[in-house]
Ligand binder design. Structure first.
Ligand code: F6R
Length: 612
């Protein structure tokens, strides 16, 4: 969702800004623009992709060593040339790029209109830069002060960067609720929504905190204050990211690369935590809150989208292994309810990006009610990672494809470790059983590798069903969240309508949809409920539905019934999601490719959803 890039230094800004925007394309956007400072502020922007912006700029003057750039994901106002960022101030002296939403923009806009200002766009961002200019004019303050004063008047979320014709040697940046990273080079600074545009220039970064305002001048130390005018000392961190992680590495799409990275990302997520010799799991993040976690009366998992599906797998794991009651909540619903929470509750917030606005708000709510918040995040330094009391990173590496794949299996891996660890400390699992499961978890990456190889018939299935209008995904127990995740993957990248259901629920409604045109994907690996799933398959078959079944190697019964079969290696029931998800990811990928869809940047979607 919206991407920010900025540069100030001795290099030409334009190529850095354009490359930076390209690195941020994965976040999802519908227009792009740059502002370059060279005696005056030149803004170039248009609807469409960064490549369209480059075409539009063509031979226009781009000579500048200071500039800002933006990819916009429309919220206020349709995606068009006028609403694209950067936005000029009324007299074109300033330009702003903004991520987030200024909630009270309408009242500020009304006030400014009354004072004679004329707006061009429908955006809340333009209101903010007009307000800043108005403050500068009325209070005779410099840009930094005007920004700080203005931010005291706005309600909402923002990451902003501003350039000024009258102060050509600086950038002013600020954040609240939307991420902003400053790369610290030698006499130069790079700004971005995340570290991916920065990593090729410097590993040293400062993550701005909420309500920080930064004054960025080349060859001078960074100055950071809060909006309330308190001085702060910027904390420079070293990035662990490496540039190869941001490239496609020979794959046609990031999504495919990330699907194939799963043996590694799963292993990285348990590496150093799973100790077979000593028969234990050690997770640094759990140590400080060990007592609370062990004695938790209840676990509440909050997340959105795919992370919510991982949370559902977590529910089965924690209840099965550690015997703690679990509720899994959509963060967006949880935050607007009046949830009953106590100090004995543990809230686990799951997020790949660590920036999801609803999850972040749900965390703040839970914190205010005294709960202990444990984060399961992929992005180090992200807002959620910093907002939680403790946590465990997923170590999946950067996920660029908008459709989440390796982050999901990494989340499930970390939740498995947590559930096992709690089971051991609460005495709800025998030593032998614990050893059996961790031994199996240790070899799961090899089984994922095998699943990736053996699911080659997925392409054939994709060819057969690429033009259908609907898909149904059914599973029970641990495979129910897998069914939901399979359906989400398909709809988000191929735009085919897909529903996931618990298999036994089919007869309570979705069965009405079944006819000879309806493909139904069954995840039929369960041990306990195998026969019941077989009955559900029969019910679909009787209505001429087309059956695609994920089965355990060596299965014979379902094979007889299904039109298409994909085998996965035998494993512990609770670890099946780590394998069964793989062919479903591949199925949606191949269907989307065959339908000519933009796999890595599906329409309307954003990678990190920083607005509610
Ligand atoms: C689906 C997908 C989204 C995210 C959701 C939460 O493929 O990527 O559903 O899972 O937006 O995002 P995070 O995990 O970053 O909080």
């Amino acid at each position: 969702m919206c991407g920010i890039v900025g540069y100030i230094g001795d290099k030409q800004a334009y190529p850095i800004l354009i490359n930076g925007l390209k690195r941020l394309e994965y976040r999802g956007y519908d227009s792009a623009g740059v502002a370059l400072l060279n005696g005056k502020v030149d803004v170039y922007k248009c609807k469409g992709k960064v490549a369209d912006l480059e075409d539009f700029i063509g031979k226009k003057p781009i000579d500048s060593k200071i500039g800002i750039a933006h990819t916009r994901w429309a919220t206020h106002g349709e995606p068009n040339n006028v609403n694209a960022h950067p936005h000029y101030s009324q007299n074109n002296d300033l330009a702003i790029i903004h991520n987030g939403i200024i909630e009270n923009y309408a009242s500020i806009k009304k006030e400014l209109i009354n004072r004679g200002y004329v707006f061009e766009s429908d955006t809340d961002s333009e209101v903010l830069i007009y307000l800043i200019e108005d403050i500068q004019k009325n209070e005779q303050v410099n840009l930094f002060e005007a920004v700080r004063i203005a931010l005291n008047q706005v309600i909402g979320a923002y990451a902003i960067v501003i350039v000024s014709k009258h102060e050509p040697n600086l950038l002013v940046a600020a954040r609240k609720g939307s991420p902003l990273v400053i790369g610290v080079g030698k006499g130069e600074y790079f700004l971005a929504s995340d570290a991916s545009p920065i990593i090729e220039y410097t590993k040293h970064v400062v993550y701005l905190e909420d309500e920080d305002v930064a004054l960025i001048k080349k060859d001078e130390p960074l100055v950071v204050k809060t909006v309330k005018n308190k001085d702060k000392t910027p904390y420079v961190q070293e990035l662990e990211l490496n540039i190869n992680q941001l490239e496609k590495g020979g794959f046609e799409h990031f999504m495919l690369k990330e699907i194939y990275e799963q043996p590694k990302s799963i292993r990285d997520s348990f590496r150093g935590r799973l100790n077979l010799e000593q028969n234990l799991i050690s997770m640094g993040g759990m140590i400080e809150y060990e007592h609370k976690l062990k004695n938790a009366k209840r676990i509440i998992i909050i997340a959105c989208g795919t992370s919510w599906h991982a949370g559902l797998v977590g529910e089965y794991l924690f209840e099965d292994l550690a015997r703690i009651p679990v509720e899994v909540e959509y963060a967006s619903e949880f935050r607007y309810r009046n949830p009953v929470l106590s100090e004995d509750d543990i809230v686990i917030a799951i997020s790949q990006s660590g920036e999801t606005a609803d999850t972040l708000a749900a965390i703040e709510l839970a914190k205010s009610k005294g709960a202990t918040i444990f984060g399961v995040c992929n992005v180090v330094g992200s807002s959620i990672a910093r907002a939680t009391h403790a946590g465990a990173f997923t170590h999946a590496g950067p996920e660029i494809g908008v459709a989440s794949t390796k982050a999901f299996t990494a989340q499930v891996t970390v939740l498995t470790l947590m559930a096992l660890h709690l089971a051991q400390s609460r005495g709800t699992i025998s030593t032998t059983r614990f050893h059996e499961i961790i031994t199996e978890l240790n070899i799961i990456p090899e089984k994922v590798e095998k699943t990736l190889k053996t699911s080659s018939q997925v392409k054939e299935i994709a060819e057969r069903f690429k033009d259908v209008a609907n898909f149904l995904y059914l599973g029970r127990g641990y495979n129910f969240p897998v069914a939901l995740e399979g359906a989400l993957k398909l709809k988000e990248i191929s735009y085919i309508h897909a529903e996931g259901y618990p298999a036994a629920e089919m007869k309570h409604g979705p069965i009405a949809l079944i006819d000879e045109d309806m493909p139904v994907v069954f995840i039929a690996t369960n041990r306990g409920t195998y026969e019941k799933v077989v009955s559900n398959i029969m019910e679909v078959k009787a209505r001429k539905g087309k059956i695609i079944a994920i089965v355990t190697e060596g299965d014979t019964e379902v094979k007889e019934l299904a039109d298409y079969v994909i085998e996965i290696p035998e494993t512990e029931e609770m670890l099946v999601p780590l394998l069964a998800t793989i062919p479903l990811q591949k199925l949606s990928y191949h269907i989307a490719v065959k339908r000519g869809c933009n796999v890595d940047q599906p329409r309307n979607l954003a990678k990190s959803v920083t607005v509610e």
